[in-house]
Design a protein. Structure first.
Length: 242
C-alpha cells in the first residue's frame, strides 16, 4: 500500500472512530438508525471499535463506485432505448401522482410496485457487468468438464461471457428490460413467492446465468441496497427531468 493510501486509510479510520464515539455517548434509548448503530449494539461484546471501523470501511469501498456506475449505465442504455425510457417514465409518474394524492414520503410498498424499474436495473446489471468477474483459488484439485484445475491455481469466473451469451439470452447485446417480465408473470400465475430482489430471475432459477452480485458465501451483502438506491435515483430522474 502506498504512503498516500495508508494516510488516507488512517484518516478514514479516525473519522469513523469519532462517529462511533459520538454514537456511543448518545446511544441510550435510541432505536438503531444505521449500520454503525447495529454494530455498536451487538450483544456478543466481540466487536471492538477497530473491528467496527474496519467493517464500515469494507462496506464503504465496494459501495462507493458500483452504484454510480450502475445508474450511469442505466441512463446510457435508456437514452438508446426510447420505449424503455417511456415505460419507466410512465410507471414512475403514476407512482408520483399516487404518492402526491396520499401524501407522505415514498414507502417500501411503492418501491416494490415499480416492476418495470426493477427490470431496467436487472437488465443494466446483465449488460453492464459492473463487476466483470471474480477470482477464486482452488483449495483442492477440481475437474470441470474434463479440465483439471490443480490445487492452488486461481480461477477467474468471467460474468461478462455468461451474461452476454446468446445461449442464455436472446439478442444478448440488446437492452431489453422486458425479457425479465416473463418469469415474474409465471411466478405470479402459479401463486409462487417472488425471489428476493437481487436473486437470479432467469428462466431457469437454479442456473448460474445471472450473477452480477456473485454467489455463495461471498454473495454481495449490498445487493438490495444497490438496487434500492438505483431505483430511487431513476425515480427522481425520470419524474423531474426530461
Ligand atoms: C451495483 C452494485 C454492486 C455490484 C455489481 C456488486 C458486486 C459484488 C460482487 C460480484 C461481489 C462478490 C465478490 C467476490 O465474490 O469475490 C461483491 C461483494 C461485496 N460487496 Fe458488492 N456490489 C455492489 C454494491 C455493493 C454495495 C452498495 C455494498 C455495500 C453497501 C457492497 C458491499 C460488498 C461487500 C462488503 C462485499 C464482500 C462480501 C464478502 O466477501 O463476503 N456491494 N459485490
Amino acid at each position: 500500500m502506498s504512503v498516500a493510501l495508508r494516510q488516507a486509510k488512517k484518516k478514514m479510520v479516525m473519522l469513523i472512530k469519532s462517529i462511533i464515539e459520538e454514537k456511543r455517548k448518545n446511544k441510550f434509548g435510541c432505536a438503531p438508525r444505521d449500520v454503525v448503530d447495529v454494530l455498536i449494539n451487538d450483544a456478543s461484546g466481540q466487536l471492538t471499535d477497530n473491528l467496527i471501523s474496519d467493517n464500515m470501511i469494507d462496506l464503504m469501498i465496494p459501495a462507493e463506485d458500483s452504484v454510480p456506475v450502475l445508474v450511469t449505465l442505466a441512463v446510457k442504455y435508456l437514452s438508446e432505448c426510447p420505449l424503455a425510457l417511456q415505460h419507466l417514465e410512465e410507471e414512475n409518474t403514476r407512482l408520483e401522482k399516487r404518492r402526491s394524492m396520499l401524501g407522505g414520503e415514498l414507502q417500501w410498498a411503492d418501491y416494490m410496485s415499480l416492476s418495470f424499474t426493477q427490470h431496467v436495473i436487472t437488465e443494466t446489471l446483465r449488460m453492464g457487468n459492473i463487476i466483470s468477474g471474480i477470482m477464486r483459488k482452488a483449495v483442492k484439485d477440481v475437474e470441470i468438464r474434463g479440465h483439471l484445475i490443480p490445487k492452488g491455481w486461481c480461477v477467474f469466473t468471467y460474468f461478462r461471457s455468461v451474461h452476454l451469451d446468446e445461449k442464455h439470452y436472446e439478442e444478448a447485446y440488446k437492452f431489453n428490460p422486458w425479457r425479465w417480465k416473463r418469469l415474474l408473470l409465471l411466478l405470479l400465475h402459479h401463486h409462487l413467492l417472488l425471489p428476493p430482489v437481487g436473486a437470479p430471475q432467469d428462466k431457469d432459477m437454479s442456473s448460474c446465468g445471472f450473477t452480477p452480485f456473485g454467489g455463495g458465501q461471498r454473495l454481495c451483502p449490498g445487493l438490495d441496497l444497490a438496487r434500492l438506491e438505483a431505483s430511487i435515483f431513476l425515480h427522481h430522474l425520470v419524474t423531474n427531468f426530461t
